[in-house]
Write a protein that binds this ligand. Structure first.
Ligand code: SAM
Ligand code: DTB
Ligand code: SF4
Length: 346
């Protein structure tokens, strides 16, 4: 019988998993990982910021917010040729997915969005998976992106509903959920995850994971970011996260969402090679590659190629989304499920 994931996780259940003795936790996550994925393969996904800085939102972690004095300057949308060249370079360096980010509160119809649709079409034509992260979007914009060939839309929950307002005040949690439902409705894969290290409790982290794991079908990709504290942002002095906490997050995400790609995302320069290897053992099977994330540094590709080779692992060749892709019915179910609160039943 086909494997059927669960979609009714409670925060308490996630917390029980998260707090398992470390060997037990890794055994469980690693077992599920190898049942559903090749544990020796890691997907390379490369990011490009196509419209940087000057964002009207006040996300407390973000160097691109216009609310803070950070080292990131505002710039206009990159030219199409530059974007396509970057995508081809990423492909040559082994990336099978290319993700473009814009520092927008929301998508606005017009010249810039038309350009995004055009580059999505071109990059999808190369056979790469294409993802964009453009802020909030409507049903109709999601449908246009789907038509252009978009694989996935990244829109993170970022943290728990309870902690959210300590980090962002210009956009509500509900607005995030609405955007995710528009993405699902258009039949685009959802990429959604969060950040750890912003001052949230372990309970907040577990609540975020439970929230993600109640999305049915599960997000096709789940980025787990370590906060990169950037000078000028309200979180510039946030204390570092213990890497065992990151490994626990990844293991718990793998157990809750066995079919998803769990992406070890921002913050890898803060980790040792050994900590990254533990993340792979725990079930991470994708990383952002290339020397820049959107605006901050990331390990060089050579470093990552060497890391995988030293571990006897390989980058993944294109295999396409590993989760079911949402549709109109699942979008409706999703909207209904978020009207009901944390289910107490197993
Ligand atoms: N403007 C769009 C939005 O917010 O949906 C897309 C771009 S935004 C930069 C994408 C994600 O990057 C955020 O949701 C957040 O999880 C992550 N991110 C941003 N700044 C970060 C930082 N300093 N450290 C770790 N992750 C960060
Ligand atoms: C995600 O969850 N992390 C990526 C991607 N999705 C778009 C972005 C990380 C950004 C880190 C800070 C920066 O480079 O600006
Ligand atoms: Fe940064 Fe995106 Fe928030 Fe804008 S909406 S401040 S780009 S995370």
């Amino acid at each position: 019988m086909a494997f059927r994931p669960r979609y009714n996780w409670t925060t308490d259940e996630v917390s029980d998993i998260y707090h398992l003795p470390f060997p037990e936790l890794i055994f469980q996550s690693s077992t599920l990982h190898r049942q559903h994925h090749d544990p020796t393969r890691v997907q390379f996904c490369t990011l490009l910021s196509i419209k940087t800085g000057g964002c009207p939102e006040d996300c407390g972690y973000c160097p691109q917010s216009a609310h803070y004095e950070t080292p990131v300057d505002r710039s206009e949308m990159l030219e199409t040729g530059i974007i396509l060249k970057a995508a081809l370079k990423a492909r040559e360096e082994g990336a099978t997915r290319f993700c473009m980010g814009a520092a927008w509160r929301e998508v606005k119809e017009g010249k810039d969005f038309d350009q995004v649709l055009h580059v999505v079409e071109e990059i999808a034509g190369t056979g790469m998976e294409v993802c964009v992260t453009l802020g909030m979007l409507t049903d109709s914009q999601a449908k246009q992106l789907k038509k252009a060939g978009l694989t996935a839309y990244n829109h993170n929950l970022d943290t728990s509903e309870e902690f959210y307002s300590k980090i962002i005040t210009t956009r509500t949690y509900q607005e995030r959920l609405d955007t995710i439902s528009h993405v699902m409705n258009a039949g685009i894969s959802v990429c959604s995850g969060g950040i750890i290290g912003m001052g949230e409790t372990i309970q907040d982290r577990c609540a975020m994971l439970a929230q993600l794991a109640r999305i049915n079908p599960h997000p096709e990709s789940v980025p787990i970011n370590l906060l990169i504290p950037v000078k000028g942002t309200p979180l510039e002095d946030a204390p570092p996260v213990d890497s065992f906490d990151l490994v626990r997050m990844i293991a718990a995400a793998r157990i809750l969402m066995p079919l998803s790609r769990i992406r070890l995302s921002a913050g890898r320069l803060l980790l040792t090679r050994e900590a990254q290897a533990l993340c792979f053992l725990a079930g991470a099977n994708s990383i952002f590659t290339g020397d820049t994330l959107l605006t901050t540094p990331n390990p060089e590709v050579d470093f990552d190629v060497r890391l995988l080779s030293d571990l006897g692992m390989k980058k993944e060749e294109a295999i396409g989304p590993t989760c079911a892709i949402a549709d109109k019915r699942s979008a409706e179910r999703f909207v209904r499920s978020f009207r009901a609160s944390d289910p107490k039943t197993k």
